[in-house]
Design a protein around this ligand. Structure first.
Ligand code: GTP
Ligand code: K
Ligand code: MG
Length: 371
């Protein structure tokens, strides 16, 4: 029997047992056992002992959002509010011991929301179930870092450091540096912009530190040494993150106002159901999903039924969504780009996407409506 099952057995037994003088010791013993098992769970796992304890949650829906935060900040309360899944919430720490998925339905999309155990300082080194929690966070499209508004900024700084230490970069884009190790020829260094934080010398020193003596390096952006190292090391995850300050019912209006103005931050109260709609709007924005509406010739699109794809999806992806045989028989598509996508960067992404279908022996016409 796994620890989680043992815990649930004991919890059931406690619930079954009537509270009276005669059962006092028995209940005490059960509670002690419960505490021991909970503590065991929080110890760094020796082997892969924790595998199969519920962390391998299948990806489903159109996008995945992970809830990261210290114990008792309100993650489970939030999941239970936003989805039809109930996740136990309680005033004691480490109530949640595993990953609990729920689904947020929003604008026709199914967003998988993952409730996770609380993590603490040292999580990345394997404290508590931190490592597994972080492993799940890496697979998400957006991380919600839930913070207790009454606890100041300490939690935020500690968690940022934890995630940073395992190569998760929050709200940063991949540094625009071309880097290619070579067999010979030394290090060729170029930049298309003025560099204020890195120089050719520094780049060389860093590369030598990594025992790289032949490579092509092109800075297309004024990056820092840390960013350059990220590029060399690779396997970094660039993750959009929303900082959600919960329990604002417990702090002053001035404090709420100050937190709300912080970058990438949303203030809420799960207890009083405050500002949850705004959080959803923000989450949608951070997910940056692409909605595609199909239409029949001469008819208007059905705006209630979207095909939802991740950013950067191509026409080929759309074909696959419609029918698996469509891509192979595909000739061309007419693509309209809708209103709020009309910023130049978005438009070009979409043009690129449609160009992808030339690999399907075809040409795409691109037009704009509501231009
Ligand atoms: N005052 C106040 N209390 C809240 C709010 N949201 C949640 N709580 C309380 O905070 C406590 C912890 O909530 P949980 O949802 O269990 O927190 P959690 O982050 O899932 O905790 P762990 O699973 O232990 O990591 C519970 O007693 C909740 O009722 C809120 O907006 N305001
Ligand atoms: K809790
Ligand atoms: Mg919880």
């Amino acid at each position: 029997m796994g620890i989680l099952e043992k815990i649930s057995e004991i919890e059931k037994e406690i619930a079954r047992t009537q509270k009276n003088k005669a059962t006092e010791y028995h209940l005490g013993l059960l509670k002690a056992k419960l505490a021991k098992y909970r503590a065991q769970l929080l110890e760094p796992s020796k082997s892969s002992a924790v595998k199969g304890e519920g962390f391998d949650v299948m990806k489903s829906g159109d996008a995945r959002v992970a809830l990261i935060g210290f114990p008792s900040v309100g993650k489970s309360t939030f999941l239970s509010l936003m989805t039809s899944t109930a996740s136990e919430a309680a005033s004691y720490e480490f109530t949640t011991l595993t990953c609990i998925p729920g689904v947020i339905e929003y604008k026709g999309a199914n967003i998988q929301l993952l409730d996770l155990p609380g993590i603490i300082e040292g999580a990345a080194q394997g404290k508590g179930r931190g490592r597994q929690v972080i492993a799940v966070a890496r697979t998400a499209d957006v991380v919600i870092m839930m913070l207790d508004a009454t606890k100041g900024e300490v939690q935020r700084c500690l968690l940022e450091r934890e995630l940073e230490s395992v190569g998760i970069r929050l709200n940063k884009s991949k540094p625009n540096i071309y880097f290619k190790p070579k067999k010979g020829g030394g290090i060729s260094f170029n930049s298309t912009v003025t560099l204020t934080q890195c120089s050719e010398k520094l780049v060389q020193l860093i590369l030598h530190e990594y025992k790289i003596f032949n490579a092509e390096v092109l800075f297309r952006e004024d990056c820092s040494p840390d960013e350059f190292i990220d590029v060399i090391v690779g396997n970094r995850v660039y993750m959009p993150c929303l900082y959600v300050y919960n329990k604002i019912d417990q702090i002053s209006m001035e404090e709420v106002d100050r937190l709300a103005r912080r970058p990438h931050s949303v203030v809420i109260s799960c207890g009083m159901k405050l500002n949850l709609d705004y959080l959803l709007e923000k989450l949608w924005e951070y997910l940056a999903l692409t909605c595609i509406y199909t239409k029949k010739r001469g008819q208007r699109p059905d705006f209630t039924d979207a095909i939802i794809l991740r950013k950067g999806a191509s026409v080929e992806h759309v074909c696959h969504r419609i029918h698996r045989s469509l891509a192979s028989q595909f000739k061309y598509a007419l693509v309209w780009i809708l209103e709020n996508l009309l910023s130049p960067s978005h438009a070009s992404t979409h043009l690129n996407s449609s160009r992808n279908c030339s690999s399907l022996r075809s040409v795409c016409a691109v037009g704009y409506i509501f231009g």
